[in-house]
Design a protein around this ligand. Structure first.
Ligand code: HEC
Ligand code: HEC
Ligand code: HEC
Ligand code: HEC
Ligand code: HEC
Ligand code: HEC
Ligand code: HEC
Ligand code: HEC
Length: 288
């Protein structure tokens, strides 16, 4: 019975025909040709298209990446970032048809291999290209939003060809040592601005963070010990870990041998004026 029903349905090309089992062959002369054939080719085409579209569609959804345990920290950070409303594809798929096709071509094997071997690791999403950022950020900045830093974007991005994430590496997926997503000075100073490849003079980049007024006092070197604790020295000096120590270790050539015993002769000969260039009176009083 069930078999009969099935055949009847398949074999009914025309609506007007009454439900007779032997419809083909009787009705029309060119029967063998008109006989209904299951559209295998179309079905296969539909399945193939589905199998191609499914991975591309899936991998464009942020939810897809949650199955990768390794990506969860990145996703959590992205949710809290300024770009939380921008899907992964916003930055990880280049604009235009070529960008899309390149992504699609990589997403298909990535999707199916993941089904087979499990969501262990994916290299589907790569470090974004600047073209992706420039879908939205079209203007080239010259100064930081706070106005305290010169950062000629065009020169860096177009002339030097530096990709945005080189500097904006903490953009969405991590925070920097200060706990925010902005670029770090460390990147500038280690990659290029090391004083050899490019300048490391503070005021070439910082228009306001120059040598502070406190330091311009003539006796700064003598009184700076007294300022420790009153001003946060680390705010400017912490990025050079040995800044203070290096200078303290850098004793003048007179200070050799048993200088503690010998310095009295130097003072007797030349007075203490020269000493006070570096030492404050308080320093001498520690022992005297
Ligand atoms: C606003 C842009 C932006 C968005 C949106 C974004 N990312 Fe990223 N992504 C980046 C940047 C910039 C990097 C490179 C710096 C880094 O590794 O954090 C990156 C790197 C990555 C990497 C490492 C690539 C590599 O080869 O090192 C993965 C994986 C990744 N993102 C996954 C995701 C996922 C998953 C989403 C969506 C939930 C997402 N990203 C959304 C900007 C973005
Ligand atoms: C789909 C659009 C879009 C894309 C793609 C995009 N952004 Fe953004 N970006 C925004 C929006 C919207 C804001 C928020 C603007 C605001 O708050 O004024 C923003 C903010 C920013 C900020 C400042 C806020 C912060 O988080 O510090 C930076 C820097 C930034 N984007 C850099 C990038 C870089 C680098 C890329 C490429 C990896 C990128 N953006 C890709 C839309 C985008
Ligand atoms: C050479 C390093 C460098 C490169 C390359 C770079 N930036 Fe920046 N960008 C910075 C610095 C430094 C700042 C200032 C950050 C601050 O003071 O908060 C900044 C600021 C920004 C801001 C404003 C941030 C805000 O808080 O509103 C945006 C937007 C931005 N960059 C987008 C981009 C985009 C898009 C690209 C690539 C086309 C790019 N940057 C390439 C270093 C760079
Ligand atoms: C090549 C450019 C460049 C040079 C040279 C440079 N800086 Fe920076 N500096 C930056 C960038 C970029 C940041 C991070 C963005 C921001 O905080 O505005 C930064 C951040 C800072 C900060 C605040 C963040 C922190 O680490 O506490 C201080 C303070 C600072 N710099 C001091 C200095 C001093 C002092 C010098 C010179 C000895 C110097 N900078 C040289 C680019 C530079
Ligand atoms: C706002 C940023 C800033 C702060 C805060 C700061 N300094 Fe400095 N300091 C500088 C800069 C910039 C220089 C010059 C660096 C250079 O030439 O490499 C400097 C130089 C010095 C020097 C060398 C002076 C010389 O004549 O060679 C000493 C000593 C010094 N700082 C001590 C301190 C001490 C101690 C504190 C905390 C009480 C402090 N600084 C806080 C920015 C700062
Ligand atoms: C160019 C800077 C400079 C000058 C000038 C200078 N000193 Fe010093 N002196 C130092 C430094 C740096 C130290 C080591 C400080 C530390 O270890 O904290 C030091 C240490 C000392 C000490 C401690 C003993 C020791 O061996 O550590 C004495 C005493 C001393 N100096 C006396 C003098 C006398 C006296 C003069 C003048 C004749 C003088 N100094 C000139 C930089 C100077
Ligand atoms: C240009 C060289 C130089 C730099 C840079 C420098 N110092 Fe000194 N520092 C000295 C000299 C010289 C003395 C001895 C002067 C005195 O005590 O009268 C000294 C003494 C001190 C003392 C008191 C002596 C001691 O060892 O207890 C303190 C505290 C101090 N410095 C802190 C700092 C800090 C913090 C920094 C970095 C932010 C710094 N100094 C950077 C040269 C320097
Ligand atoms: C670390 C301790 C120490 C410090 C700091 C120190 N002295 Fe002395 N100073 C001594 C000692 C110990 C003697 C005695 C040496 C001896 O008799 O062998 C001495 C002796 C002297 C003498 C000869 C005896 C006297 O009391 O008249 C003079 C002058 C002198 N110091 C000047 C200075 C001056 C100037 C400074 C600061 C720049 C200074 N000293 C810092 C330990 C110190």
């Amino acid at each position: 019975m069930a078999e009969n029903d099935d055949t009847r349905e398949i074999d009914m090309p025309s609506e007007d025909a009454t439900p007779e089992i032997d419809v083909p062959g009787e009705d029309t002369p060119p029967a063998p040709h008109k006989r209904f054939r299951f559209p295998w080719k179309s079905l296969i085409a539909v399945v193939v298209i589905f199998l191609l579209v499914l991975p591309v569609y899936s991998t464009l959804q942020p939810g897809y990446y949650e199955r990768y345990p390794a990506l969860r920290p990145r996703i959590d950070a992205w949710r809290q970032s300024t770009h939380a409303l921008i899907p992964c594809s916003g930055c990880h798929v280049n604009p235009g048809p070529i960008g899309f096709l390149t992504f699609a071509a990589r997403s298909i094997p990535a999707f199916y291999s993941q089904l087979v071997v499990g969501p262990n690791s994916t290299n589907l999403l790569r470090v974004p290209d600047r073209k992706a950022c420039q879908k939205c950020h079209v203007a080239y900045r010259q100064v930081s939003p706070a106005g305290d830093l010169l950062i000629p974007h065009q020169a860096h991005v177009e002339v030097l060809g530096i990709n945005c994430p080189v500097c904006h590496k903490n953009l969405v997926h991590s925070k920097n040592s200060q706990g925010y997503n902005a670029p770090e000075m460390q990147t500038c100073l280690t990659l290029c601005h090391n004083g050899v490849r490019a300048t490391n003079q503070c005021d070439k980049c910082h228009t306001k963070k120059q040598v502070p007024a406190s330091h311009h006092q003539a006796n700064w070197l003598q009184i700076h010990p007294t300022m420790v604790g009153k001003i946060d020295c680390g705010q400017c000096h912490a990025w050079q870990p040995d800044y203070c120590k290096a200078c303290h270790a850098n004793r003048p050539p007179t200070h050799v041998g048993n200088w503690k015993q010998l310095h009295q002769f130097a003072v007797a000969k030349e007075g203490d004026k020269g000493c006070l260039f570096c030492h404050g009176r308080a320093f001498c009083k520690q022992c005297h």
